[in-house]
Design a protein. Sequence first.
Length: 134
Amino acid sequence: MVKNEHRYRPLYAHTDIMGIVNNCRYLEYFEAGRNELMRSIGYTYAKLEAKNIGLPLIDAHLNFYSPAKYDDDLRIIAYLKNMPTVRIRIEYEIKVGESLLVDGYTTHSFLDLKRFKPVRPPSDFMEVLKTYFK
């Protein structure tokens, strides 16, 4: 398993008049967690894109338990529990302290950006991940 934690404080612009974070923002927070997860293993999105590979979203699921508020110290935790194939599923938890606010997952396809066809992940990406899944 690969796991990373990223901290973030919601902007006032992300909230409604009551200071509650708008629910559409959580997918952005998931994206931030996913980016930091990839950065933590030394294989950024930019490196994938340099190989003409993208990760379009094909499925997303969120469970809401409690709202985040303006300036909360969010802990965005992203997990990769299984080795990818032509798809990769990232799981997330968003917490304040130990209180779980939101959890869920996103599923992405590895896509050749020139042909817009699904492809297998790059071999060097898989080699990096193998070190975490011994």
